[in-house]
Design a protein around this ligand. Structure first.
Ligand code: SF4
Length: 237
């Protein structure tokens, strides 16, 4: 059993930070695709540069004000009432609630679900079967907590072996690409995407330009941050 799997939340229904859309999938292999976004509350990490601290940082936010529990039936009804065929489930760390997440996905007829995860929780076989893809973003040393919290070898190996994972690394500068390469080799990762850090369109464009040739040289893929290019740091888009 994983060190982190004991952190799974219970209580019935899903703890939600926000749901919105239609919008576009803003990052990774499906960028630009019409989608709905469901942000689950709670995280098992506490990355200093996290851009969604309202999902976990109770020193700054009151969880009773920034999260609400909803039944999977109500959430499924919300998804099915909208036209996008893609549902992006993000967080926080969605796999802390993966039992209920499986129940939700099973109610979504004709919809594809992508789950964004930090890659530290071993996915249930039933979740692997139910979702279309995992966008796994292991955190690098400069971004997150010590390695024994941000890297869970058992979970990363499970994602690498499941056949549905794409690995998306948020990179601050090119000096961090060697750390990505080490993880790629150590865990036999395929489908590697590099995405620049940045909360403004100017930062994202500059990051992409700085990274592009280096990412090509390593045989990886480059992701933009479409929401930031279009809407800057405006929330709920
Ligand atoms: S894993 Fe993601 S949601 Fe959790 S603290 Fe880190 S950046 Fe924030």
């Amino acid at each position: 059993m994983s060190l982190l799997s004991g952190a799974v939340l219970g209580g019935g229904g899903l703890l939600i930070a926000e749901c919105y859309g239609p919008t576009f999938q803003g990052e990774g292999p499906s960028v630009g695709e019409e989608s709905l976004l469901m942000r689950l509350s709670r995280c098992n990490l506490s990355c200093p540069r996290c851009d969604t601290p309202q999902t976990w940082d109770w020193s700054r936010f009151d969880p009773r004000e920034v999260s609400t529990r909803h039944s999977v039936e109500d959430l499924a009804a919300w998804v099915m009432a909208h036209s996008p065929r893609l549902l992006v489930v993000t967080g926080g760390e969605p796999l802390l609630q993966q039992g209920e997440l499986v129940a939700l996905v099973k109610l979504l007829s004709g919809r594809r679900v992508e789950v964004e995860t930090n890659g530290t929780v071993v996915p249930l076989p039933t979740l692997v079967e139910a979702v279309g893809a995992f966008n796994v973003s292991p955190k690098l040393e400069a971004f997150a907590a010590p390695r024994d919290r941000r890297i869970n070898p058992e979970a990363l190996r499970a994602f690498a072996a499941c056949g549905k994972a794409r690995f998306k690394f948020v990179v601050g500068d090119i000096s961090q690409l060697d750390e990505v390469a080490s993880l790629v080799v150590e865990f036999s990762l395929t489908q590697v995407w590099i995405m620049p850090e940045g909360t403004s369109s100017a930062e994202v464009i500059a990051g992409q330009r700085a990274l592009a040739e280096h990412v090509l040289a390593r045989g990886w893929n480059l992701s933009t941050r479409l929401h930031t290019l279009i809407w800057e740091d405006e929330g709920g888009r």
